[in-house]
Design a protein around this ligand. Structure first.
Ligand SMILES: [Zn+2]
Length: 187
């Protein structure tokens, strides 16, 4: 089976990324990744985004996704779509300079309002922010590039112990069957 390497958070020219989806896929193919989620900002994507994603061809296992703006406070939430499964990620608490207590409060508020979070990012554009690996946060801890520009590509990833299939990967992440990886200069 082997470990599959992937990035769960990436942007293209459909929002504020500098690469087209095709160019982004080529970058991650060149890095030797197994899977990639394209998660452009919901308020920037326009109506053609969801039509364009299925037309992409790549040797990567591609997840369609979106980055949501939480209504109520400034907080991005990643939504990564499998075939039936969906993964929701509390994105980059480090960017909002949240304490653990503030992060927990956000997690509780979001869950109470009906969105079941699965994971929290311990990264900010691929920089490791280990504060958020705290066991006090009741979510699995993922590392992502939040890729907007080439300098972000390949900084931080997950390696998942799962069959090469979208739902299996999401289930494995939810179950904690994965490990984090960081490029040497990602700190
Ligand atoms: Zn993002």
């Amino acid at each position: 089976m082997g470990w599959l390497r992937g990035n769960l958070h990436a942007h293209t020219t459909y929002s504020d990324g500098v690469k087209t989806p095709k160019e982004l896929l080529a970058e991650y193919e060149a890095l030797g990744y197994d899977f990639l989620a394209i998660t452009d900002h919901e308020d920037l994507i326009g109506s053609s985004y969801w039509r364009a994603l299925p037309r992409l061809s790549t040797r990567l296992l591609l997840f369609h996704g979106v980055e949501l703006n939480y209504r109520g406070f400034d907080q991005h939430i990643g939504r990564v779509l499998g075939d039936r499964e969906v993964l929701h990620v509390l994105n980059h608490p480090a960017r909002y300079k949240l304490s653990i207590a503030e992060t927990l409060e956000r997690v509780r508020t979001i869950q109470r309002n009906g969105l079941a979070l699965d994971a929290v990012e311990v990264t900010d554009t691929g920089h490791h922010r280990p504060l958020y690996a705290s066991g006090e946060i009741p979510l699995v801890k993922v590392a992502t590039d939040d890729a907007h520009r080439p300098m972000h590509f390949g900084r931080a990833w997950v390696e998942v112990d799962a069959p090469r299939e979208r739902d299996a990967i999401i289930r494995a992440i939810r179950a904690g069957d994965f490990r984090l990886g960081f490029a040497p200069d990602a700190d």
